[in-house]
Design a protein around this ligand. Structure first.
Ligand code: EPU
Length: 451
């Protein structure tokens, strides 16, 4: 365990510039989509994170040749020889990520059967896959749950269907898209998720030859086609990582420019950032001109001095405030004057990390009630899913154990904002979603070291 600890000497504002690459929650799905093509696909700006390695491994096991392209972060996928893999081989990836569930549709199309190992991902609630399985059955797949994993087959092929999701789940929407594009006939998905990562996945599928209409009111219509080809795509930047660094700048009273950050995908975050007293400036990308080099744009985030103000926010599906922005921002809210209220409506157990912040001096109470305007699915189900944060609190150093990816980053921010030396255990988990975070911390002047 000792080599998985980061010693953080806190109290220094983060200052400098870092860059975000393709969004973790798009890139991994774009990789799965490459399975559907009958010619190679090319994906740029792929971050070096654990989820990408897991998907790369699974694609390799299924005969997709994955190679590094010429550009740093470019991956090329050749699906010419898609083949079955043994359950033992696939099970090597059991418990490592949630992405394997999205292999169902593409593998059923390519092979007629699929085996999906036990899923991993962060422990932020039960995270069932009932919507996924219900949708797959609607398409005509048979699903056999066994102790070793899921066995699926489609003896009569996959057929378009009309289906409404009980909740606009990101993963289930992606499941339907990746299955419907090559299913026979038309699929109409109601109550779909419309996160920017989903729209980008639709762009990729469209480049491959799919016919997909995004209607108003969360309705997506997909006309199945018999064949798709490869794509070339530069993904949208990681708006969760960008917001995480923004929150770190605010909590440490620093100033961080996040190159690559995209304003349009972060509007809701930017409004909250400003309302608590943070400042930001959107810097535009300038293409090179004769005699002048180009410049990559992004967003500069900083703490303007003085006090931050408390706020009330509810996490929600897009275009609401992302659940993944919640944990990093709450660390900054511990520094705001007054009572901040956070109502988490996407995951039922995403506030557990606040206990660690309290051991560092924060004053956060969690409640089972819906402390917000929107009654959510968790209000009557006994989940502590609302938080009241009283601030400002002086944070002091502590020994922390990272529970999950986003909470992990918030622990890190808290340690950076706190006076004194903290030890953060389990930091390796952060590599699941944040590329080179230690190098980026060094670039921002953080005093961190491996013991
Ligand atoms: N849900 C069900 N049944 C299902 C699917 C989802 O009840 O079959 C529920 C979930 O339990 C949850 C809600 O629906 O309460 C939303 O879950 P969703 O399916 O939207 O989440 P996901 O696809 O599993 C992705 C991201 C998450 C992000 C959520 C919400 C990936 C790999 N993960 O998860 O990202 O929080 O959407 O935007 O894309 C992260 O990056 O740290 C992360 C957890």
């Amino acid at each position: 365990m000792t080599d998985d600890v980061l010693v953080v000497h806190g109290g220094t504002p983060l200052q400098g510039r870092i860059r975000v690459r393709g969004a973790k929650n798009l890139v991994s799905k774009a990789m799965v989509a490459a399975l559907l093509g009958d010619s190679p696909s090319r994906l740029f700006d792929v971050p070096k994170i654990r989820d990408v390695e897991v998907v790369r491994g699974l694609l390799g096991l299924h005969g997709v040749k994955v190679t590094d392209g010429d550009e740093d972060g470019e991956l090329v996928f050749d699906p010419a020889n898609v083949e079955s893999a043994s359950t033992d081989q696939i099970n090597v990836h059991a418990g490592s990520s949630r992405i394997p569930i999205l292999f169902c549709g593409p593998l059923l199309h390519r092979l007629g059967h699929a085996f999906i190992p036990d899923l991993g991902g962060c422990h932020i609630g039960p995270r069932p896959i009932d919507f996924h399985l219900q949708a797959l059955r609607e398409f005509g797949a048979t699903v056999d749950k066994t102790p070793e994993g899921l066995h699926l087959s489609a003896p009569n092929g996959l057929h378009g269907t009309k289906f409404a999701l009980p909740y606009p789940s990101v993963g289930a929407t992606e499941q339907v898209l990746l299955t419907a594009v090559m299913a026979e006939g038309v699929t109409e998905l109601r109550n779909a998720a419309v996160e920017p990562e989903i729209i980008d996945l639709i762009c990729i599928l469209q480049k491959m030859g799919a016919i997909i209409k995004v209607h108003t009111d969360r309705v997506i219509e997909i006309q199945g086609v018999p064949k798709l080809h490869g794509y070339t795509h530069r993904p949208i930047p990681d708006r969760i990582e960008a917001a995480s660094w923004a929150a770190a700048a605010l909590a440490t009273r620093g100033h961080v420019e996040v190159l690559g950050a995209e304003q349009a995908d972060m509007m809701t975050f930017l409004n909250v950032f400003r309302s608590v007293g943070g400042e930001y400036e959107v810097t535009d990308t300038r293409p090179p001109r004769p005699g002048q080099p180009g410049q990559e744009g992004g967003i500069r985030f900083w703490h303007p001095g003085g006090e931050l103000q408390a706020t009330a926010l509810e996490t929600d599906v897009h275009p609401g405030f992302m659940t993944d922005w919640q944990q990093p921002l709450v660390v900054a809210l511990t520094q705001a004057r007054g009572l901040s209220i956070v109502h988490e409506t996407v995951y039922e157990q995403r506030l557990g990390y606040t206990e660690a912040l309290n051991t560092m001096g924060a004053n956060i109470q969690v409640y089972r009630d819906c402390l917000g305007g929107t009654p959510c699915r968790f209000g009557r189900r006994n989940f502590k899913h609302s938080a009241v944060i009283a601030g400002p609190s002086k944070l002091h150093a502590a020994d922390l154990v990272i529970p999950d990816l986003r909470a992990g980053f918030s622990h890190l921010i808290a340690a950076l904002a706190a006076e004194g030396t903290s030890r953060v255990y389990g930091v390796d988990l952060i590599n699941r979603g944040y590329e080179d975070f230690e190098a980026k911390l060094a670039d921002l002047g953080a005093h961190v070291e491996r013991p």
